[in-house]
Design a protein around this ligand. Structure first.
Ligand code: NAD
Ligand code: GLY
Length: 369
């Protein structure tokens, strides 16, 4: 018998740097022209971000001698699907993409996931740089290499792990972000703190009144802590076989709310409701104390985020979406629950009745017979 070992980890170093600095967006063209200058570049962005930052990036990259094409898609979650992917494949092939080309994701989490998915799949993978412009993308989705798209059957069901070669985060980009979107992104800050770090959670609790998009200095500090926490998790478990699952706190309920509601809820709002409901589930299962359950709910409310599911929820569609969650296995859907602020219990099966009860679906069901 011949034994052949396929060693993958040592194949090549895939480490990268996340630079967080107010004003770095203006420096990115120079930084990219130095590090990637000879590569053909494709900036993928959306219809809003192109007005604020895409055109400037394009002209400065061109002035720095880079060969660049900007491709923009309609803003919003509906662009994160296969029709847009096919549109972008056609555009990059017509634009002469090669294996040594670079894709730049300039925008929020939708663009990071979508452009990242194009980078992961086109020609079996090209380099990717992430330039996140929403709080959600800066704090979470631009770091860690999860890329993907939605399918009518559910949220983020198609995707890959494709790490960027660099991430540039400019807290000043948040100055143009609609306040609603800032709040939306803050849900992921609360998630990272609640799942991983009690002192960080206490810090954002203390600063709750000062947290707003204009407070660039405070936002930069929050981003530094949150990104460092996320990076440490990704380093230990890139492919989400264990520890990384804690970053899905609030997401089992959240994703099901998003997809069963036709994406009427924004991701951060859905995750906020998801965290509040999953805290109630943790409490019902005797994992989480009343005071930590209350602290998490109060922090979400202080950030002006919703903590109860919308009344319009379609129970059947919601429960089917829960069953399709990526964390499901032969024994059912596994939840990431909370033991205390800063510590999670991943992989807990939750009975369907308890999901219905904590979602407030039980009385609705009996009302309608
Ligand atoms: P988004 O990308 O739709 O951006 C929200 C809105 O803000 C859009 O209208 C966009 O045009 C606008 N915008 C972006 N930057 C702006 C700026 N600086 N100024 C003005 N307007 C700006 O939404 P999002 O909340 O950033 O991302 C949500 C997506 O992220 C979801 O699809 C979610 O699944 C995904 N996500 C992925 C991961 C991951 O690890 N890959 C993690 C969390 C969330
Ligand atoms: N946003 C969850 C993760 O990156 O694992």
């Amino acid at each position: 018998m011949t034994r052949i070992r396929v060693r993958l980890d040592a194949l090549r170093d895939r480490s990268y740097t996340v630079e967080i600095r107010p004003g770095i967006l203006a420096e990115v063209p120079l930084l990219l022209s130095r590090s990637e200058g000879k590569r053909r570049m494709f900036v993928i962005t959306d219809s809003n971000v192109t007005r604020y930052y895409g055109r400037a990036l394009n002209s400065k990259l061109a002035a720095a001698g880079c060969e660049v094409t900007v491709l923009d898609v309609p803003a919003g979650e509906r662009s994160k699907g296969s029709p847009t992917v096919n549109f972008l494949y056609t555009k990059v092939f017509r634009g002469g993409i090669r294996r040594d080309s670079l894709i730049i994701a300039l925008g929020g989490g939708v663009i990071g996931d979508l452009a990242g998915y194009i980078a992961a799949t086109v020609l079996r993978g090209v380099r990717l740089v992430q330039i996140p412009t929403t709080l959600l993308a800066q704090v979470d989705s631009s770091v860690g290499g999860k890329v993907g798209i939605d399918h009518p059957a559910g949220k983020n069901l198609i995707g890959a792990f494709h790490q960027p070669s660099a991430v540039y985060i400019d807290p000043e980009a948040l100055l143009t972000l609609p306040p609603d979107e800032f709040r939306n992104g803050f849900a992921e800050v609360i998630k990272i703190a609640a799942a991983l770090d009690a002192p960080f959670f206490a810090n954002i609790e203390r600063n709750a009144q000062r947290i707003r998009r204009e407070n660039t200095a405070l936002n930069a500090k929050i981003l530094e802590t949150a990104v460092a926490l996320k990076a440490s998790v990704v380093e230990k478990d890139e492919r989400e076989t264990g520890l990384r699952r804690v970053l899905n706190l609030g997401h089992t309920i959240g994703h099901a709310l998003e997809s069963s509601g036709g994406f009427a809820l924004k991701h951060g709002q859905a995750v906020a409701i998801g965290m509040a409901v999953e805290a109630r589930i943790s409490r019902e299962l005797g994992l989480l104390g009343a005071s930590d359950c209350q602290r998490l709910t109060a922090m979400l409310e202080a950030a002006d985020l919703p903590v109860t599911p919308p009344r319009s929820i379609n129970e059947r569609a919601f429960m089917s979406a829960i069953a399709l969650d990526k964390k499901s296995d032969v024994s059912g859907t596994r939840f990431v629950l909370l033991r205390r602020i800063g510590e999670c219990a991943p992989g807990v099966p939750v009975p369907a009745d308890l999901i219905r009860k904590t979602m407030g679906l039980v009385s609705k069901k009996s009302t309608h017979g």
